[in-house]
Design a binder for this molecule. Structure first.
Ligand SMILES: [Zn+2]
Length: 408
């Protein structure tokens, strides 16, 4: 059955509260709408957690720090969920979605509604800290994708990819349902608070969802035939960048290699449409559009053909707090600030543990399944990797989350 067009419910999300400047002003309005006076009561309530004591006055207003229960190797999921929760624009959009979809008769459960419920459960909690069980969400993930059904160790990056793409699919499906609905009387469909004008339906551009708005960037893949010098350019979108790593290097140098010019020759020649034959060529990637949130996946799990299995690279790769993403001769020059690191713990590719180091307000926190602790920013340096193989340190930065900062 077609769903009616959704509109933000005024009582859940007042328009004036939609500003994103402060940490979650929208979130606070949601929270106060749902449990306003109860919140005030809980101030004088029972125990104050250790984390609350540690943070004291530094505990950001309206923020919540909740650990996530582990159901047997679900740390891959927990670590990614925490990074996404503290990705403020993503969280706010998801909570806005939550406020909209909870209209009566709108009850079909999917991965997105489960995620929205989980985020709302945390953000609407009267308690500032605690532990939440993401049982329904994990159950849904396993129902949806058999890859994650077993209790085996999973790849957090694969999971992040699956989750974001799944959300995009759901939003696109909802949007097309709204669009095709004969009951839809307004000329615009509403997908998650965004109004898309459909009066002139000639335009058939791909739908830009809030997942795209946050994470999507565009790469241009340029190939220049060395015979006729014709340049072929092809754009491709990405939600994250998977980067090859080298021993004793930095993220900046790994990115430099990623964007460097590569020669296609020998077995690897390029078919030039102009020459109508295989030719040697120069290939390079350029950033055409930098994403708002830059997610970088360090390729620490390398497939070794002789062993026909993955090996973990414990290489030391230094990642900066502030990153400048530039790709030569282009105008694109974006500055980013690190706000989350998903860390893989362990020396093997097929087992281990995941934790997240996350910046919230002015401090860093370590999320390890159900426990949350304050850490010093300098602790992040211990996750760079090892300069020697088989060193004692097995905790390595694996997925890095950077947010774009306005240039001053
Ligand atoms: Zn050519």
């Amino acid at each position: 059955m077609a769903k009616p067009a959704r509109s933000p419910t005024a009582e859940a999300l007042p328009a004036a509260e939609k500003s994103r400047s402060a940490v979650g002003s929208g979130l606070r309005s949601l929270a106060s709408a749902a449990s306003g006076f109860l919140d005030r009561w809980s101030v004088v309530g029972t125990g104050v957690s250790r984390l609350e004591k540690t943070l004291g006055d530094q505990f950001p207003e309206g923020e919540h720090y909740f650990g996530l229960e582990n159901f047997g190797n679900t740390c891959y999921c927990n670590s990614v969920l925490q990074a996404l929760y503290y990705c403020i624009p993503f969280r706010e959009q998801l909570l806005e979605y939550y406020a909209n979809y909870r209209n009566p008769g709108d009850a079909e459960e999917n991965l997105l509604t489960c995620l929205a419920d989980l985020f709302a459960q945390i953000s609407l909690s009267k308690k500032k800290t605690g532990v939440i069980s993401p049982k329904r969400f994990v159950h849904r993930v396993r129902k949806q994708n058999e890859l994650f059904r077993s209790n085996m160790h999973q790849d957090a990056h694969e999971f992040l990819n699956f989750l974001l793409n799944e959300i995009v699919d759901i939003l696109e499906k909802e949007f097309s349902t709204v669009k095709d609905s004969p009951e839809s009387t307004s000329p615009g469909g509403v997908a998650n608070g965004e109004v898309y004008h459909l009066a002139n339906e000639v335009r058939r551009e791909p739908l830009v969802t809030w997942v795209h708005k946050n994470f999507q960037g565009i790469l241009t893949n340029e190939t220049k035939c060395l015979m006729c010098e014709t340049v072929t350019a092809k754009d491709e979108t990405f939600l994250d960048l998977s980067i090859d790593i080298e021993q004793n290097s930095s993220l900046t140098s790994c990115l430099k290699s990623f964007f460097s010019t590569e020669i296609l020759n020998a077995e690897d020649k390029f078919f030039c449409d102009n020459c109508c034959s295989l030719q040697e060529a120069q290939k390079r990637m350029k950033i055409k559009k930098a994403p708002q949130i830059l997610v970088i996946h360090l390729k620490r799990f390398k497939f070794i053909e002789q062993l026909s299995q993955h090996k973990k690279l414990s290489y030391r790769v230094v990642y900066p707090m502030e990153l400048k993403l530039s790709s030569a001769s282009d105008d694109v020059d974006c500055e980013y600030s690190l706000f989350a690191v998903v860390v893989h713990v362990g020396n093997a590719a097929n087992h281990g543990h995941y934790v997240s180091q996350i910046k919230s307000g002015d401090h860093w926190l370590s999320f390890d399944d159900d426990s949350v602790d304050k850490i010093q920013e300098s602790t992040l340096q211990t996750f760079y990797g090892s300069s020697r193989e088989y060193s004692g340190n097995s905790d390595h930065g694996y997925i890095l989350f950077y947010e774009s900062v306005a240039k001053s």
